[in-house]
Design a protein around this ligand. Structure first.
Ligand SMILES: [Zn+2]
Ligand SMILES: [Zn+2]
Length: 350
């Protein structure tokens, strides 16, 4: 391989500008690195916010993409866990300090020094990371996951963000047999939450704005489906869930949702509204409820999630697109016009 290696990619040249084909350089494969031939890259809502500068200034050109699956093309001399030809994935982070308590506990996403995001972040060598809308990526082997047979490779891509983001809180707060779990929102995150919660054995209810996707929700594994635009929903379901997983980024009436929890129930946000939320603390203390948050998952748990999904043959519902459709796909994601995740076929990158 020429060093550094030029590879095809799609990048945003500046905030608010459409993505364009480009060539970027990947670093030399170090002793603990894996060179991945990217096969598929999912489009996450975060990609759009980041390239548009909604979450603060970025370094451009910026190649997004943190739902990456592909095949190992080369490994460094010190890599033992991955071999050429293996099916692998990379999610939202590609590095962390490895030394702090959180890293040592396998919670690299909460690294005390800050995890290194897969794109638009300063890596520990000082370079800016570039993501998966690209034909190849070089990643430290400790942040490369195995994608077992049992799940289609393209459908596995969204597991690396949407899958782990929902799997982690579902596991932590005990979704399983005998537990009543509500999933708020049936989008990229919500549809994976429904599949995973169902596979874990929980009784699953979807709370969506309307009944438009009811048929889908039930097909994906939900037992019940309610419209949140109907005020009767909140009366009818008061006190009926052990866990409410909110996947929606829009602001919500927190008290109304907390009222759906049984005694000792927990509501967990994985969606992040841009504005602060307010709540009446009586909504918590009146039934010993908790309100929590959760962000993706650590490397060991992400591997556990991939193994679980492969065992249960769970992948995302995807619409596979060519690179020339990325900008259209962004508009459609913003309009909630996708069922339920766009995945880029990286063979079309040039
Ligand atoms: Zn994401
Ligand atoms: Zn750390």
């Amino acid at each position: 391989m020429p060093v550094p290696m030029p590879v095809h990619a799609y990048a945003a040249p500046a905030a608010g500008e459409p993505l364009v084909p480009t060539v970027i350089e990947r670093r030399e494969v170090g002793a603990n690195d894996v060179l991945i031939e990217v096969k598929y890259a999912g489009i996450c809502h975060s990609d759009i916010h980041t390239v548009r500068g909604d979450w603060g200034p970025q370094s451009y050109p910026l190649v997004p993409g943190h739902e990456i699956v592909g095949l190992v093309a080369e490994v460094g001399s010190g890599v033992t866990g991955h071999q050429v030809g293996d099916r692998v994935g990379v999610g939202c982070m590609v590095n962390s300090c490895g030394q702090c308590t959180n890293c040592r506990n396998g919670d690299q996403q909460y690294c005390a020094e800050g995890m290194v995001g897969t794109y638009g972040a300063v890596d520990r060598d000082g370079t800016i990371t570039q993501g998966g809308y690209s034909t190849h990526v070089v990643v430290d082997a400790d942040y490369v996951l195995s994608v077992p047979e049992g799940v289609d490779l393209a459908a596995a891509a969204p597991l690396l963000c949407a899958g782990i983001t929902t799997y982690s809180p579902l596991r932590r707060w005990g979704a399983g047999p005998g537990k009543r779990v509500a999933i708020v929102g049936l989008g990229g995150l919500g549809h994976m939450a429904v599949k995973i919660a169902h596979a874990l054995g929980a009784e699953v209810t979807v709370l969506s704005q309307s009944l438009k996707k009811q048929e889908d929700g039930l097909r994906l594994g939900a037992d019940h489906y309610f419209a949140t635009s109907d005020p009767a929903t909140f009366e009818q379901l008061a006190g009926s869930f052990d866990l409410v997983l909110n996947t929606v980024s829009a602001s919500i009436d927190v008290d109304a949702y907390l009222g759906l929890l049984a005694v000792d129930g927990t509501m967990v946000n994985v969606g992040a509204p841009g504005e602060p939320l307010s709540l009446n603390v009586f909504s918590l203390i009146g039934a010993r409820r908790s309100y929590a948050g959760s962000m993706i998952g650590g490397i060991p748990e992400t591997q556990e999630m991939l193994d679980f999904c492969a065992e249960h043959h769970l992948g995302a519902e995807i619409e596979l697109i060519g690179a020339d459709k990325i900008n259209d796909a962004y508009e459609r994601v913003l309009a909630s016009d996708v069922r339920y995740r766009f995945v880029i076929d990286t063979a079309t990158l040039g």
